[in-house]
Design a protein around this ligand. Structure first.
Ligand code: GLV
Length: 319
């Protein structure tokens, strides 16, 4: 008998067709997600689950999956899944690392430049036909070239962001629980700094850590206070790493020059005070959103799922 798979949200056609070759698939065609009640009910007779980062796959949902053998998350982050509980139940969990590194690093740079050079504000100004002539002080931003970039979380994406910084002749410092070997630091032209030192000295701070109990509110009100008044903070990782209310306060008071956010503490809700600030650029969690990358993510997750259902070790098993 073919295994049964639940797909929580609309899936790209190629990945859906691939899954359907091997399994009986429920879902994957409708825009919008399932309620928790629907999720718990539909998962009951499924062997595999294909989910997105917006689906909270906690103990309650996992226990409802009586026959579940694999959960394939279509994202590199997996803080939406109780991996430890899944493991206790002998259920495999997979993610999609690697395929979204470059797109997310590109988006990071788009945000850095958008904040530093006030791109969205200037675009609005021009479209409102308010450009009446060149002025020496029109939309003055912050120089990026040659400044100090602080990277928090040096995984694949953090490293790809650092590589792009070379083109901007930046001095790159990083903070991560795993320090690089001296030789790799030298090769990459990067210097390790303790978090407080990184925060107090960087001109641009960008976050690429994963969300876990150690990184929740890593950028608390107290840590944000360490940053230079002229600094820019960018977060494309996970919202709860930054205390969003404290960030809004710091931006409103001018304690921080600007911020670029792609992720939020309570997605899709955004701290209301941020809407009224001109020194923050907000994006709707689109770090990996290119046709090519999203297609690669969907296919990687679908392949992981099928491998798990076949009893093989999935390519991207979370261990
Ligand atoms: C996106 O945020 C992801 O984790 O893939």
């Amino acid at each position: 008998m073919r295994p049964k798979v639940l797909v929580t949200r609309k899936l790209l056609p190629d990945a859906l067709a691939y899954l359907e070759e091997y399994a009986l698939v429920e879902g994957g065609r409708e825009t919008g997600g399932l309620t928790r009640k629907e999720l718990k009910q539909k998962i009951r007779d499924k062997d595999g689950l294909f989910c997105l980062l917006v689906d909270r796959i906690d103990r309650e949902v996992i226990s409802a999956g009586q026959r579940l053998t694999i959960i394939a998350n279509c994202a590199v982050g997996f803080d939406n899944i109780d991996v430890q509980y899944a493991r206790e139940r002998g259920i495999l969990v997979t993610n999609t690392p690697g395929v979204l590194t470059e797109a997310t690093a590109d988006l990071t740079w788009a945000l850095i430049l958008a904040v530093a050079r006030k791109i969205p504000q200037a675009d609005r100004f021009a479209k409102e036909n308010r450009f009446t002539g060149w002025e020496l002080d029109l939309f003055l931003g912050r120089e990026v070239t040659g400044r100090r970039l602080g990277i928090i979380g040096l995984g694949r994406i953090g490293k790809a962001v650092a590589e792009r910084a070379q083109a901007f002749k930046m001095e790159v410092v990083y903070h991560d629980p795993h320090r690089l070997a001296d030789e790799e630091e030298r090769d990459r032209g990067m210097t390790y700094l303790p978090l407080d030192e990184l925060l107090s000295s960087a001109d641009i701070v960008t976050i690429h850590a994963s969300l876990n109990p150690q990184t929740h509110h890593l950028l608390s009100a107290a840590k944000l206070k360490l940053m230079k008044k002229t600094a820019i903070l960018v977060n494309v990782a996970r919202g709860p790493i930054v205390d969003e209310a404290a960030l809004a306060k710091a931006l409103a008071k001018g304690d921080l020059w600007g911020a670029g956010l792609d992720v939020y503490e309570r997605e899709p809700d955004i701290e209301e005070r941020l809407f009224r600030l001109d020194n923050v650029v907000l994006l709707p969690h689109i770090g990996s959103a290119t046709y090519e990358t999203r297609s690669r993510m969907a296919m990687a997750a679908a392949r992981n799922l099928v491998q798990g259902l076949r009893g093989e070790r999935p390519d991207n098993l979370i261990t």
